[in-house]
Write a protein that binds this ligand. Structure first.
Ligand code: F6P
Length: 370
C-alpha cells in the first residue's frame, strides 16, 4: 500500500464535460481509503497565487463538496490554460516577456500543503507538466481529458461524446433553416489539429461536405457537391469544417495568440462560406459552435468514463504507481507511462473505415470531385 495521507487534484486546460465526475470519483475513492483530498484552484494557480483566493487557493474536498456534481459541466475547482508553471510568462519593465521556471517554487508549495501525490486531469499540456513534476520528484498520476479526442494512448477521453452529441443536435437544427431558405450553412467546430468532432458530428447529422485537418481541402469539389445537389432539387447544403482544417498548400486559420497560451484557432468557417458563395452564387451563412461544445451536462458515457478514470487514478496511487496516466483500453482501464502519454497526437486516419463510409455516402472532403 502506498504511504499517502493527502492527495491533490488539479484540472488544467480547456474544460470538458466529465471533469466533475472525475473529481467526485477520485475524491470518494481517496476518502474511502482514509486519505485527505485537496482541490487546487485553477490548475496550479491556487498554489502559486494563494493571495488571489478568499479560500487560500487550495480547498479540502469532502463528501459534501462532491455531492451531486457528476452531471454538471465544467470543473468545480476551476481550470486555466495559461501560465505553464515550467515556463511562466512574466512581463519585464520594458514591456517584453520572459518565461520563468517556477517548478521548485511549486514543488515547495505542494510540500507546505502536506500533499503526498497529485492527480492531474488534463490534455497534452497538463499531462506534459504533470510528467515534468513527476521527474522532479512529485508522485503524479495523470487522467486524460479533452473534447478533441486527440490523445493517442487512450481509446477515448471524456467530453468527446458530449461535444459530438451537442454538435450533432446543432447541425440537425441547422438543416431546418438551411432547407427553408435554400442556403449553404457552414458549421465550424472545435477540435484543434484533429478532425474527430467534425467527422463524427458531420456524419451523424448527415452533412454533405466535411473538412478536417487531416485532409487538406480545395473548395471546387465542395462547390461542385453543392451544385450537383441543387441540380437534384436539394437547394440547401451543410458543410462542417473543423477549426484546424486548412486548404491545400494553405495555412490553418489562427485568430491570435496570447502570451503563455496556445494559439487560438478559428475563422476558417467564414472563409469557406465566403468562397463557396463566390463559387456557387448561393447564399451562405456561417455558424461557429466554439465553446458551446465544452458546455452542458456530460452524456452517460462521459460520466461513466470520468468516474472510471477518477477511481482508477486513486487505485494507481494506492498500488504504488507513479508517473503514469490512466487510459481506456477496452474493456479495461490501464496505466501508460506519463512520459509517453503525449508522444503522438491521435488524428483521423484518412483511410479509416469512418472516412470510407462517409465517401460511400457521397460526403465530400474537399479532396476529390464528386
Ligand atoms: O482543446 C480543447 C479546445 O476546446 C480546442 O478544441 C480549442 O481549440 C481550444 O480548446 C480552445 O481553447 P480556449 O478555451 O483557449 O479558447
Amino acid at each position: 500500500m502506498a504511504d499517502i495521507r493527502r492527495v491533490a487534484i488539479s484540472t488544467g486546460g480547456g474544460d470538458a464535460p466529465g471533469l466533475n465526475a472525475v473529481i467526485r470519483s477520485a475524491t470518494l475513492a481517496s476518502l474511502n481509503r482514509g486519505w485527505e483530498v485537496a482541490g487546487i484552484r485553477d490548475g496550479y494557480n491556487g498554489l502559486l497565487f494563494p493571495e488571489n483566493y478568499p479560500d487560500g487557493g487550495v480547498v479540502n474536498l469532502e463528501r459534501e463538496s462532491v455531492r451531486g456534481i457528476t452531471h454538471l459541466g465544467g470543473t468545480i475547482i476551476g481550470s486555466t490554460n495559461r501560465g505553464n508553471p515550467t515556463a511562466y510568462p512574466v512581463q519585464q519593465a520594458d514591456g517584453s516577456w520572459v518565461e520563468v521556471d517556477r517548478t521548485h517554487e511549486l514543488l515547495g508549495r505542494f510540500d507546505e500543503h502536506g500533499i503526498d501525490a497529485l492527480i492531474t486531469v488534463g490534455g497534452d499540456g497538463s499531462l506534459t507538466i504533470g510528467n515534468h513534476l513527476h521527474r522532479h520528484g512529485l508522485r503524479v498520476v495523470g487522467v486524460p481529458k479533452t473534447i478533441d479526442n486527440d490523445l493517442d494512448k487512450t481509446t477515448a477521453t471524456f467530453g468527446f461524446d458530449t461535444a459530438v452529441g451537442f454538435a450533432t443536435e446543432c447541425i440537425d437544427r441547422l438543416f431546418a433553416t438551411a432547407t427553408s431558405h435554400g442556403r449553404v450553412i457552414v458549421v465550424e467546430v472545435m477540435g484543434r489539429y484533429a478532425g474527430w468532432i467534425a467527422l463524427h458530428a458531420g456524419m451523424a447529422a448527415g452533412a454533405h461536405s466535411i473538412l478536417i485537418p487531416e485532409i487538406p481541402y480545395e473548395l471546387a469539389p465542395v462547390a461542385e457537391t453543392i451544385q450537383q445537389r441543387e441540380a437534384r432539387g436539394a437547394k440547401f447544403s451543410i458543410v462542417v469544417v473543423a477549426e484546424g482544417a486548412a486548404p491545400v498548400a494553405g495555412e490553418v486559420s489562427v485568430k491570435g495568440k496570447a502570451v503563455g497560451q496556445a494559439e487560438q484557432l478559428g475563422g476558417v468557417g467564414a472563409t469557406v462560406a465566403a468562397e463557396l458563395e463566390r463559387l456557387t452564387g448561393k447564399e451562405a451563412r456561417t455558424v461557429v459552435l466554439g465553446h458551446l461544445l465544452r458546455g452542458g451536462s456530460p452524456t452517460s458515457l462521459d460520466r461513466l468514463l470520468g468516474l472510471r478514470f477518477g477511481a482508477a487514478a486513486v487505485r494507481a496511487l494506492d498500488e504504488g504507481h507513479d508517473g503514469v496516466m490512466v487510459a481506456l483500453n477496452p474493456p479495461a482501464v490501464t496505466y501508460v507511462p506519463l512520459a509517453e502519454a503525449t508522444d503522438q497526437m491521435k488524428t483521423v486516419p484518412p483511410d479509416c473505415d469512418t472516412i470510407l463510409t462517409a465517401r460511400d455516402l457521397g460526403i465530400n472532403f474537399g479532396d476529390q470531385m464528386p
